[in-house]
Write a protein that binds this ligand. Structure first.
Ligand SMILES: [Zn+2]
Length: 163
């Protein structure tokens, strides 16, 4: 019987090896990360490349997925995105539908799993999950804090049909 083939190791790691210095976001540029599919970014708030950024990411994902899928149809692409990546999952899903349209990936679903930002204080070793991007240790007040999780960008698995 035909069964979907699932490529279930980490397909590709798009996480930058040397994370760029995160610029201090201006207070009015805080973006809400929402895993819901109905998230929309109003055009007047999609500043500094907003949608273009997500479009180029989708093009990169599509290239990697096609490379791994060969001639098998792709049903779904599962990705994992750290919350520090400044990516709006709903926008990414929308851009995926644009990028995949009229290609071999037409009709495939993009599923985004959000990874909470986790950081550690070098001073005392305390680690915690960020609820807001404040890089200061809640225990000792130290600011020499390194990011443990939250900058992930992984294609975690592909769901493929029969060739
Ligand atoms: Zn500390």
């Amino acid at each position: 019987m035909p069964r979907d083939r699932r490529v279930d190791r980490e397909v590709a790691d798009l996480t930058p090896t040397a994370p760029p210095d995160p610029p201090d976001p201006p207070a009015d540029a805080v973006r809400t990360i929402d895993t819901g599919t109905g998230t929309s970014v109003r055009p007047d708030t999609a500043v500094e490349g907003g949608t273009v950024h997500e479009l180029s990411i989708c093009h990169a994902i599509a290239g990697i997925v096609l490379e791994h899928a060969g001639d098998r149809p792709v049903r779904a692409v599962n990705i994992r995105v750290g919350q520090l990546r400044q990516i709006v999952p709903g926008t990414l899903v929308h851009c995926w539908s644009l990028v995949s349209q009229d290609t071999a990936l037409d009709g495939s679903r993009l599923r985004v799993e959000s990874v909470p930002a986790r950081v550690r204080c070098a001073g005392c070793g305390h680690s915690w999950t960020l609820s807001a991007p404040v890089m200061r240790c809640g225990r000792c007040g130290g600011q020499d804090v390194s990011v443990l999780h939250g900058e992930e960008f992984l294609i975690t698995s592909l769901e493929l049909g029969e060739a």
